[in-house]
Design a binder for this molecule. Structure first.
Ligand code: ADP
Ligand code: MG
Length: 238
């Protein structure tokens, strides 16, 4: 059974149709990267999976369950954005534990989860700091920590690194890769950065104007691009 199954999904905003019968079946533990030019519908697709945007047509099935009408809270997914939106008045630990505290999880359990995530992300010495006392990369890590502690069924990443400078982006890319190896969690990662796509993806989904052009391994897309659009994006000479 697929971890996430997207079946003939359409999306319109009033008269503007932005996604056209998208089909995508994602295995458990798979790292899927969605690529494509700005405005092609990547964020909209991710937001529909998260439940932040209504589905116009088709079905989204997560863990075997149709979720079209399920509110975001009940989907057990964690979304990581480029704007980390940390709570400025809370410490690192406070930010990471917030969603668990809302859910009235036992204190000891929360402490263990936060310590575990802080350890994975190299934040252990910083847990008492406030966001303003952190660098951009550290803040991004806290945002990831917040997602990890929830033990989601899947991580949804929407261009999480696009605000960072090149050096930090490279470092965080390695961090995300490590995290994925360690947690083995299903991920859908949106980027328009070709290097991120090539280094992180088990499979890349190339989108253009609300349709999927090709789905394949980084090697497939590089060596056997389905069309000029994919070739142009992935950077092979075809
Ligand atoms: P991407 O993330 O690939 O850059 P988006 O999913 O954000 O693209 O947007 C896809 C299309 O949908 C764009 O044409 C965008 O203008 C449009 N769109 C996105 N959100 C809305 C909205 N809330 N209302 C109307 N149009 C929207
Ligand atoms: Mg977007």
């Amino acid at each position: 059974m697929a971890a996430i199954d997207i079946r003939a999904v359409d999306k319109s905003f009033q008269k503007l149709k932005v996604l056209h019968s998208v089909d995508l079946s994602i295995d458990k533990g798979e790292f899927i990267v969605l690529v494509g030019p700005s405005g092609c519908g990547k964020s909209t697709l991710l937001r529909m999976i998260a439940g932040l945007e209504e589905v116009t047509g088709g079905e989204i099935v997560i863990g075997g369950k149709r979720v079209n009408d399920l509110p975001p809270k009940e989907r057990n997914l964690a979304m990581v954005f480029q704007s980390y939106a940390l709570y400025p008045h809370m410490t690192v630990a406070g930010n990471m534990s917030y969603s668990l505290r809302l859910r009235k999880i036992a204190k000891e359990k929360i402490a263990t989860a936060v310590a575990g995530a802080a350890d994975i992300l190299g934040l252990a010495p910083l847990v008492e700091r406030r966001p303003r006392q952190l660098s951009g990369g550290q803040r991004q890590r806290v945002a990831m920590g917040r997602a990890i502690v929830r033990e989601p069924q899947a991580f949804l990443w929407d261009e999480p690194l696009s605000n960072l400078d090149a050096r930090l982006r490279e470092q965080m890319r390695a961090e995300i890769k490590k995290l994925h190896r360690r947690l083995g969690a299903t991920s859908i990662y949106v980027t328009h950065d070709q290097i991120e796509a090539m280094t992180l993806a088990d499979r890349i989904v190339a989108m253009e104007a609300g349709t999927i052009q090709q789905i394949g391994s980084p090697e497939d897309l590089y060596e056997r691009p389905a069309n000029r659009f994919v070739a142009g994006f992935i950077g092979s000479p075809a």
